[in-house]
Design a protein around this ligand. Sequence first.
Ligand code: HEM
Length: 152
Amino acid sequence: MTETLLVAYPWVKALHVIAVISWMAGLLYLPRLFVYHCEAPVGSAQSETFKVMEDKLSRLIMRPAMIATLVFGLVLIAIPGTPGHFVHAGSWLWLKLLLVAGLLVAHLFMTRWRDDFANDRNQRPPRFFRIMNEVPTLLMVGIVLCVIVKPF
Ligand code: HEM
């Protein structure tokens, strides 16, 4: 059983990284769409196009990719005899999970802002979304350093 899990480990890790890349693509692109959407007048054809783009990105890419990232990540920490097994991993794993929680919060807020745009009730300026664009970037840098460098 353990041997089968160890054979599966690199495959699960590959699927985890594929899901991470897809989720991050959405977390980085959606706030950029919000920046441009702020400049499109309510009811304009441009605004309606942004609504469709935001909805498709959020529902068809970001949500499934987020779920896949978490599921494959949780499988990885459960496989004994690997560097990321939750019993033996260093503090890097717990810091990483804290930063992942930050990404989840960012995702939830972005879903809320997408709903605001979908209902033509966004009040936030483009500058707000420009700043928010940096949050997933900073969290991702911290997560990758934790998991690759494993500093502690
Ligand atoms: C519940 C959430 C997550 C859990 C439990 C988790 C757990 C893990 C584990 C155990 C590994 C294997 C570590 C190793 O073999 O050294 C791993 C690999 C990795 N994780 Fe996650 N992860 C999660 C979310 C994320 C997120 C959100 C990102 C990026 C934004 C991410 C990026 C990576 C990367 C890049 C690797 C590959 C590292 C390597 O090359 O060994 N993970 N993850």
